[in-house]
Design a protein around this ligand. Structure first.
Ligand SMILES: *Cc1c(COP(=O)(O)O)cnc(C)c1O
Length: 436
């Protein structure tokens, strides 16, 4: 611990104060991309798989028909929010501001509709192909008639809430017998919604890592059971990475083509790291270093910043530096980061921030008042990247924030990761926590 505290970043983290961190291990993406565990081809495979499933998704989730069975969210310009933040004395950077609305993704109302849904579909495809129900060229909508086949298989997952919703809803629709191991942070309405969908919910009084470990253990003894491992899964990671080409298309519709003079800054809330890690990998594959990616975590739960800044990755846990691990941002309440995401991000990620719970509610309030978009507290963490980047001298220097022309040409994206399924009464409870 003493040696850790000598590290300036970890010292700040241990003092429960909001912090910004520049990743000095970051390498030129072109230089290292060949060394990474994933390739562009992996992303293309994932995109193709989702395309094969589109007829099935449309059939089971009619709300996806207008996107032809693609689960995708709008990219929305939020000028009013930018103005309001600036009026409220936040140090907003120049350039355009967008929100990527994964709060509005079909099926799960959160970013988990990318990774979680993708992994469940991949499991279903493997089973269906093995049982000769389909081949790669079939119309996958026939899978809706094979619930009896899928019912012989089990899916299990550990979750703080949203992963459970995504895996639970999708698995139950396909016909899997699905069990979600929920940590103490999981909200009651999420458990209720799952039970209503026919999902087995097991509740623990412990944290997220514990819930995952319990799930992993019970799946290990049952060969008909697939455990979705948020700390290690390659499939989850690739499901998230699919966001990148789609975002590229959305930006092009607004005539935004990132290059050295037109940089993209992307701010993503981080829990265990799979979602922001997968998205960041996809974005770097598409835009190289013309995209700068940042993760944001709660002050009490900065597992990824701790893992990366200490070089200890998943081998260190937030309690070890005196933090509580407690936060209202349930989606980010993770004390130990993903081994896969943290190792992958160590030379890729540009930087990270921590944010206090009270700030989350301020951002939530301003976004809703100015642009009429509701997102859940976890999701609001993204705004701390956008509003925080000018607060820290080493960030200003590293990312040339003082270069006026460069900044005026920049585009900033706050990645909203959840919100649409939050019931009205819970929204009101959140709203009452904002002092503004
Ligand atoms: C899960 C989640 C995240 C972070 O994803 P990880 O893969 O855990 O890092 C962020 N926001 C919300 C709302 C989430 O549900």
């Amino acid at each position: 611990m003493n040696r850790l505290i000598e590290n300036k970043t970890i010292d700040a983290l241990s003092k429960h104060i909001m912090t910004g961190w520049v990743n000095n291990e970051k390498k030129s993406y072109e230089m290292i991309k060949g060394k990474l565990d994933f390739t562009t081809q992996d992303i293309i495979d994932a995109e193709s798989r989702l395309k094969r499933f589109a007829p099935f998704i449309m059939k089971c989730f009619p709300e996806t028909v207008n996107l032809n069975g693609m689960i995708e969210s709008p990219l929305t310009r939020i000028d009013n929010t930018k103005k309001r933040l600036s009026e409220a004395q936040y140090l907003v950077p120049d350039g355009k501001l967008y929100i990527k609305q994964d709060n509005a993704l079909a099926i799960a109302g959160s970013v988990k509709a990318r990774g979680g849904v993708y992994e469940v579909l991949k499991v279903a495809e493997d089973i269906a192909v093995k049982n000769k129900v389909i081949d790669m060229n079939s119309d996958y909508s026939v899978l809706a008639e094979h619930r009896d086949l899928f019912n012989k298989y089990k899916i299990q997952v550990g979750s703080t809430g949203n992963m459970g919703l995504s895996i639970g809803i999708m698995s139950a629709k396909i016909g899997f017998e699905v069990t979600v191991h929920m940590s103490a942070d999981a909200k009651k309405w999420k458990k209720d919604l799952l039970r209503k969908n026919g999902v087995n919910v097991i509740e623990y009084a412990n944290d997220y890592s514990f819930a995952v470990a319990e799930g992993r253990k019970s799946a290990l003894v049952d060969s008909s059971c697939h455990f979705i491992d948020d700390e290690k899964s390659r499939d989850l990671f690739l499901g998230y990475a699919v966001a990148a080409h789609r975002l590229q298309n959305q930006l092009a519709l607004d005539h935004i083509y990132p290059d050295r003079e037109h940089q993209l800054f992307v701010y993503i809330p981080c829990g265990v790291g799979g979602a922001p890690g997968g998205i960041t990998f996809g974005l770097k594959e598409v835009f190289g270093d013309n995209v700068k990616c940042f993760f944001i975590e709660p002050v009490e739960c900065p597992c990824m910043m701790l893992g990366l800044a200490s070089g200890k990755h998943e081998e260190i846990e937030v309690h070890e530096i005196g933090l509580s691990g407690k936060t209202d941002a349930d989606g980010l309440a993770v004390g130990r980061c993903s081994v896969l995401a943290s190792r992958m991000m160590s030379e890729v990620l540009d930087g990270a921030f921590t944010v206090s719970d009270s700030e989350l509610y301020q951002y939530m309030h301003i976004l809703e008042e100015a642009d009429h978009i509701f997102i859940e507290p976890s999701s609001c963490a993204a705004f701390e990247g956008y509003c925080g980047i000018r607060k820290y001298e080493d960030m200003v220097e590293t990312f040339s924030l003082g270069n006026k022309e460069l900044m005026e040409n920049a585009t900033h994206i706050v990645w909203a990761t959840g919100g649409n399924l939050v019931p009205k009464s819970v929204r009101n409870e959140y709203r009452s926590k904002c002092s503004g």
